[in-house]
Write a protein that binds this ligand. Structure first.
Ligand code: PHE
Length: 346
């Protein structure tokens, strides 16, 4: 038996050595070590040997098995390397040639401007807040001094969410502006506050070149002691001048929003014609920019802030409009189209 195993070992080793390729080697492996291989059959027969032979032959068989397995593995590595080398010989393979170009994406124009706005306000001590897009009617309207009977509800065509109610605050809507985050933030942090809120808002609009059912706004507000509209003018002038990289003039006109008193419309001097009048500013020299005003005391009250001690202003502008103006984009629908021919221009 011992002799048989040793003969088998020699035969197998020399066959392995002579194998010319991986395929041949595999056949040898099957012949000797496979499930029905010669060594396997011998080892299976050990149990029928006389008791004194069993441990001797069993041990030898296992040693040989390991030795053969190692020999096969070594030879396999050698043959594979050889095969690779040979296959490369015929190929025109230039290891120094540049690889395929990897295409890197870039930041969407809306986000580019949003990040710039955030950076400027951040440097003036404003914190950046977020709020839910599916909002309760309370935060979107009532908390902002717009009761359900108020005609100002019609200023914004709202998407109502069917069969969904907020546990505490009733019916749900897709927020029509970023203003609901005002009361949310006041409740959470109290006064003083310096906040901006970039975010998506939704209105049930018929879409055209200048209207989309979803667009982006940036809300901003500041609450502290002895705050007045002159602080607002200063902050806005600084913000716009830094954003556009040239001196911008800011103009206030009276406006109406239920959540501010007094309320304002804010314009800035047209950067295209520098006030002379052009298509962008509709020949007025001014670009309508945002709504703003001193935060109404009912809103401060809703946010749990004592209006005798604190006051502040708030503003909200369309980031989408700002981006369109900056880049001369003439159709709002391009921005969310996902069309790479458009996106790749920025
Ligand atoms: N939320 C208003 C809008 O969407 C803008 C605004 C914000 C006005 C804050 C005044 C104060 O039109």
């Amino acid at each position: 038996m011992e002799k048989q195993i040793n003969e088998l070992k020699d035969a197998c080793l020399s066959a392995v050595k002579q194998a010319k390729n991986v395929h041949e080697l595999q056949e040898i492996e099957v012949k000797y070590l496979g499930r029905k291989g010669e060594l396997t059959i011998i080892l299976r027969g050990v149990k029928d040997l006389p008791d004194d032979q069993k441990p001797v032959i069993g041990k030898l068989g296992n040693i040989v098995k390991t030795e053969l397995e190692n020999a096969v593995a070594n030879q396999k590595t050698k043959l594979q390397a050889k095969e690779l080398e040979e296959s490369l010989k015929d190929e025109d393979f230039d290891i120094t040639a540049p690889g395929p170009e990897i295409r890197v994406g870039h930041i969407h124009p809306l986000s580019q401007t949003q990040y710039e706005v955030e950076k400027i306000f951040n440097s003036m001590g404003f914190m950046i807040m977020d709020g839910p897009e599916a909002e309760s009617e309370y935060y979107n309207f009532e908390g902002l001094n717009i009761p359900s009977w108020h005609p100002a509800r019609d200023m914004q065509d709202t998407f109502f969410i069917k069969n969904k109610r907020d546990k505490k605050h009733g019916k749900m809507v897709l927020r029509t502006h970023t203003s609901p985050v005002q009361v949310r933030t006041m409740e959470k942090y109290g006064a003083p506050l310096r906040i901006i809120v970039p975010g998506q808002v939704f209105r049930n609009e018929a879409t055209d070149a200048s209207h989309d059912a979803a667009f982006d706004q940036i809300e901003g507000f500041m609450i502290d002691k002895d705050i007045s509209l002159s602080h607002l003018k200063g902050v806005l002038k600084e913000f716009l001048t830094r954003l556009f990289g040239k001196e911008v003039v800011v103009r206030f006109r009276p406006g109406y929003f239920p959540f501010v008193e007094p309320g304002l419309e804010v314009d800035f001097s047209c950067l295209i014609c520098e006030g002379k009048g052009c298509r962008v500013c509709k020949k007025t020299g001014w670009v309508e920019f945002m709504g703003a005003g001193m935060i109404h005391e009912n809103v401060l009250k809703a946010g749990g802030i004592d209006s005798k001690k604190w006051q502040g202003w708030a503003f909200g502008f369309g980031l989408t409009r700002l981006v369109m103006m900056r880049h001369g984009i003439d159709d709002i629908r391009h921005l969310r189209s996902g069309d790479l021919r458009f996106i790749n221009q920025f």
